[in-house]
Structure formats: C-alpha cells, structure tokens
Design a protein around this ligand. Structure first.
Ligand code: NDP
Ligand code: 2IT
Length: 450
C-alpha cells in the first residue's frame, strides 16, 4: 500500500513540476502536503473524482504587474509586483505581502499554497493568498519606501477589497509599509475599510497583531510540550531572525521563563550565553524597527559572540524557533539540533526546514510543529482584526490575546486528532495538512466545478 501511494504521489508531482517549471519552493510545499493527504484521498475517492488535488494546486488567479517609482536621486526604478489569489473556497483571499529581492513567482506560490491550509486551521473564514515584490526596503529612505508602496498599491487596489482579498505584512512589510499602502488605497477608492490587516491602532488595527505570530508560535510549543508533561520555564531556546516574528517569540519566551540564547539576520547570528533579557530585547527592537541596523551590533554592545554568515543551529538548546525564512534548517542542522538535546521545534517562519531536515525531526521523534500550524497565530489575529473592522468595535488586549491563545490550542488539538500515529507519536506535519485540507476540500466539492 505504501509503495502504491508513493507511485501516486510521484505521478502527481511529475505533473505539477511539468506545469510549473522552475518553481522549486512551490514543488517542495506541494509535495509535503500531497504526501500527507494521498492516503486520505484514497480512502475518500469523491475527492479524487472531484480533482481536488489538481484544482487546489492551481491558483484561482495570478496578478503580475509593473511597479515604477522614483528614487531620491530622481532616477526611475522598476520592480515586479505580484498577488497570488490561491483559493477562496472558505473566505476572501488572505495572506501577507513580502518585499525582498529574492521574491519570485515560485516563492509566492509556495507561500500562498501554505496559507490555504494554515488559514483553514485557524477555524476562521479566510481563503489563501500571498503577494509582494522583489523591491528591497533595506537601505531605502522612508520617502523611497513610501513612493514604492504608493505605486504598488495603485495597481493592487484594483484587485483587492475587504470582501475579496485582504493582504497583510510578511518579510520586509511591517507597520510602516502597511501605513503607506493603506493611505494610498483610501485615497484611490475613497473608502475607509479593513482592506489590509496589521494596521496602526489609531486607524483600525488590532491590539496584539504585531505580537501574534511570535506569541502564537510559543503557545503552540507550550501545547506540544504538554503532551510530554514538559513546560517552557527553565528551558533554553535558539531563535533565528530578528524581525517581527523573532522579536515577539523572544518576548513571550522570556515571560514564560525560558532562557533565549540566539538571534540572527541574513548576515550572521549572535550567541548570548547570559541570555537575552527584556532590556536587551527592547534594544534589539529599536535597532531593527527604528534604526534598521544589523544584529552584529548586539555583540559589540553586550559582549556576546557573533558568527558571521552562519545560522544558530549548532547551539546546544532545548527548543528551536526558526523565525527568519524558508529552508534555513537543512538535514545537517537538524541533526545537530537533535544531538544537542533539542526536544521541540516550533516554526515561526514559513517552511524553514528542508524536507530532509523534517525527515530527521520525525525520525528522532521530537516535537516538530510545522509553520502552517505553529505560525498561524499571525493570520488568525488578522482574522480577528477583520472581525473588529466589520463590527467597527475594538477589543481589548486581553480579549484578543485570549482568543489567539484559544485558537492555538484548537489548532494543536486538530493536529493531534489527524496526526497521531499507531505508536502514539504525534506527526504534526500530517495532522496540520490533513486537518487544514478537509474543510477546504469539502467547501470546494459543495461549490461545484469552479
Ligand atoms: P521581518 O522582515 O520582520 O524579519 C525577517 C528576519 O529574517 C530578519 O531578521 C531578516 O534578516 C531575516 N531573513 C530574511 N530573509 C533571510 C534570508 N534569506 N536569510 C537569512 N535571514 C533572512 O519578517 P517577519 O519576522 O515578519 O517574517 C519572518 C518569517 O515568518 C518569514 O518566513 C515569514 O513568512 C514568516 N511569517 C510571518 C508572519 C507575520 O505575521 N509577519 C506570519 C507568519 C509567518 P535581514 O534583516 O538581514 O534580511
Ligand atoms: O505567513 C503569514 O501567515 C503571514 N505573513 C500573515 C498573513 C496575514 O494575513 O496576516
């Protein structure tokens, strides 16, 4: 039976690769989901007859556009703009915008595909989408970023709307960029609606949205640890990245009594044997969010070690929170983490572990929470922001945090329900993929061939 399933997965993947040449990250994301889901499809042939796998791997719509803007020297610059509207079976398209020079169609399609399952897991009515640009905000002035965002939104505004498609932030898109894009949308459409999430508190934003992905990833780790009667307090953690997700992962880990040893950026990582404190974290937030400097400065300021061009996975730790980017943990890194005693990996980033790394985690039977479950707190809180915008009522910090916490507990329960194996091990990859798939697949079947 296992061999037959392998053949079916390989046949299906051969078609996906032929139809989407060169999009390696998209192939990787699809393969992981299809491997988990194929047994379920075989048991439920209506999904096979309904061609759900073929349909779910084809975006409903891909928008690709030119983004011209003028830099501070008066020179015209041209970037590519994208929005992938992947699946709207259970709600309006929802997902972030990424501004990074590596952005291309394959990367955004992988992110949009993951988003479909992640959003379904949150239990909120959100379809999946993703977008962005190869624009690099690094080293640009605020005025340049504003002119870029205005040009980007001038075109994007034709395609989105509070009941159609609701973007948010991702790598390179934070509060500043969302503000400039919201302002331009409002100007063009002459309407004040919840068309973007991650907005400022004074203009429709939700309390806890900036914190939500990081907090959620730690809440998810807490739930995984509970299944082995373990807790966060007293444990050491390696965190990668030093942006939005990493910062609030560290904040929640400190609140729950963990010792955080590392942070990183694309240039290297810092190791602080004394542990990153609340004061040091506040300094990092100012460094990254206001001064927009490099993490190396932390080592100079606090006497920590800095490892140029390296990632933090050779550090001995109890817990790992990859919170930077895709494929940042390979099999060798995964091996080192497991050998160093790491018992839980909670992915704040999207697809940070390569398939070979995932194989190591599952073979070693550690608690491994894949991104589409572990980092769903961000988009879940975006969903709560949409609800508050529709009601035109803000909720308190405590209320949103409590809802976020409950959602993460529910996502964990869904993963346990669909991911428990015969020996009792919880395979969260399978749990998240099957749990996320069912609702979307049923909705697609109910809505006919669309
Ligand atoms: P930020 O832009 O705030 O921070 C990104 C961090 O990751 C920076 O420290 C950055 O370093 C580092 N990084 C980015 N690209 C690379 C790379 N190619 N190699 C090494 N380091 C890199 O983004 P977020 O914190 O918002 O996003 C981090 C991850 O979390 C992404 O995978 C994103 O998709 C995911 N995510 C984000 C959510 C959100 O709500 N923001 C929700 C769910 C998932 P540098 O500054 O040097 O580029
Ligand atoms: O990957 C993600 O889930 C995000 N970047 C957040 C998406 C959202 O709409 O809040």
């Amino acid at each position: 039976m296992a061999d037959l399933l392998d053949v079916k997965v390989n046949d299906f993947m051969a078609k996906v690769i032929a139809k989407n040449p060169g999009e390696t990250e998209f192939h990787q994301a699809v393969k992981e989901v299809v491997e988990s889901i194929m047994p379920f499809i075989e048991e439920n042939p209506k999904f096979r007859h309904g061609k759900i796998l073929e349909r779910i791997t084809e975006p409903e719509r891909v928008i690709l556009f030119r983004v011209p803007w003028i830099d501070d020297k008066g020179e015209i610059q041209i970037n590519k703009g994208y929005r992938i509207e992947m699946n709207s079976a259970i709600g309006p398209y929802k997902g972030g915008l990424r501004f990074h020079p590596t952005v291309n169609l394959g990367i955004l399609k992988f992110l949009a595909f993951e988003q479909v399952f992640k959003n379904s897991l949150t239990t909120l009515p959100m379809g999946g989408g993703k977008g962005g640009s190869d624009f690099d905000p690094k080293g640009k002035s605020d005025n340049e970023v504003m002119r870029f965002c205005q040009s980007f939104m001038t075109e994007l505004s034709r395609h989105i709307g509070q009941d159609t498609d609701v973007p948010a932030g991702d790598i390179g898109v934070g509060g500043r960029e969302i503000g400039y894009m919201f302002g331009q949308y409002k100007r063009i459409r002459n309407e004040f609606t919840g068309v973007l999430t991650g907005k400022g508190l004074e203009w429709g934003g939700s309390l806890i949205r900036p914190e939500a992905t990081g907090y959620g990833s730690v809440y998810f780790a807490e739930e995984m640890l509970k299944t082995r009667n373990e807790k966060i307090a007293g444990k050491t953690a390696a965190v990668s990245g030093s942006g939005n997700v990493a910062q609030y992962t560290v904040e929640k880990l400190l609140t729950l009594g963990a010792k955080v040893l590392t942070l990183s950026d694309s240039s290297g990582y810092i190791y602080d044997a004394e542990g990153i404190t609340t004061e040091k974290l506040a300094w990092v937030m100012d460094l990254k969010n206001n001064r927009r400097g490099r993490i190396q400065e932390y080592a100079d300021k606090y006497g920590a070690k800095y490892y140029e061009g390296q990632r933090p996975w050779s550090v001995k730790c109890d817990m790992a929170f990859p919170s930077a980017t895709q494929n940042e943990i390979n099999a060798e890194d995964a091996d080192k983490l497991c050998k160093g005693g790491c018992m839980v990996v909670s992915e704040g980033a999207n697809m940070p572990s390569t398939p070979e790394a995932v194989e190591v985690f599952l073979k070693e039977r550690i608690l491994y929470g894949p991104g589409k479950a572990a980092n769903a707190g961000g988009v879940a809180t975006s969903g709560l922001e949409m609800t508050q915008n529709s009601m035109r009522l803000p909720w308190s910090r405590e209320e949103v945090d409590q809802r976020l916490h409950e959602i993460m507990i529910n996502i964990h329960a869904t993963c346990v329900k669909y991911g428990r194996e015969s020996d009792g091990y919880i395979n969260y990859v399978k749990g998240a993929n099957v749990g996320g798939f069912i609702k979307v697949a049923n909705a697609m079947m109910a809505q006919g061939v669309v």
